[in-house]
Design a protein around this ligand. Sequence first.
Ligand SMILES: C[S@@+](CC[C@H](N)C(=O)[O-])C[C@H]1O[C@@H](n2cnc3c(N)ncnc32)[C@H](O)[C@@H]1O
Length: 247
Amino acid sequence: MDLRFHGDAKVRMIHKQKIYKEQSLFGRRQGRTLGDMRQSALDDVLPKIKLPESKLKPDHSTNPNEFFDKSHKQYWLEIGFGHGEHVSALMRQNPDTGYLAAEAFVNGMSAFLHDIKDDRLDNIRAIMDDAMIIARSLAPNSLDGIYLLNPDPWHKKRHHKRRIINQKNLDIFAKILKSGGKLIMTSDVENVSEWMCAHASNHPEFIWQAGCKDDWQIPPDDWITTRYEIKGAKGAKKMVYLFFERR
Ligand SMILES: C[S@@+](CC[C@H](N)C(=O)[O-])C[C@H]1O[C@@H](n2cnc3c(N)ncnc32)[C@H](O)[C@@H]1O
C-alpha cells in the first residue's frame, strides 16, 4: 500500500496494524486483570521511566545518553525482562550504568514497576513494547551489552521465524554494540539454546567466549536468577548461559 496517495487516518491505522502484525515477535500482551497496586504502578511509575517516542525512530540516530537526565559510564539493554527481577537488581547494584529495558506483556511490566516504585529511577528507562524498537533507534557502537534471558521459545517449527535471534536482529545487535560489547543469552530449552548459539556463532561479528563446558553450563558467581529461570520452561532441560562478544 502506498501511503503517499492516502491522507486519511483510517488508512494509516490499517497500515500501522499490518506492519505491527508483520513485525510482531510476541503473542498475547495481557493476561489476567491487574490489581489496584499493579495498575497504579503502571499509571504512576511508567510515565517517569518511559522512553519518548520522538527518540525511538528506526534510524539508529539516538545515543543512549539522550534517554537519561545525566550520562552514565555504560549502557545496557535487556530484552523481554518478564517481571524484571534481573534488571531491577542490576540497576540497584550499578547506579553508574544506564539500563534500557523492554517488556511487551503488561502483567510483567506492572510487576516490575511496582517493585521499583520507591527506587531512584535515574538509571532505568523502559518501554512496554517490542524491544527491537529500542534496538533500531540506537546509534552504532553505542551499547555496552545486551541481555536476552529466556526468550519465548516458539516451539513449533512454523513459529521459528518469530524467534528474536535471527540474522536480521543479530545484524542490528552487531551494529549498536561497541567493539567488545557483550551479548548475553540464556535458555533452558535445548533447541532454543542450540538455535541461539548456532546463529550467533555463525555471525561474523560475534565471538563465543566459552572455552569449556562449564562456561556455558555454570553461571558466573554474581549471576542474578529470575523467577522464570527457577520455574523452568515447557520442555526445559538444563539452563545454558551463552556469552558472546562483538568483535
Ligand atoms: C519466557 S519470558 C522470560 C522473562 C525474563 N527474561 C526471565 O528470564 O525471567 C520471555 C519474555 O519476553 C517478552 N518478550 C518476548 N518478545 C519480546 C519483544 N520482542 N520485546 C519485548 N519483550 C518481549 C515476553 O512478553 C515475556 O515476558
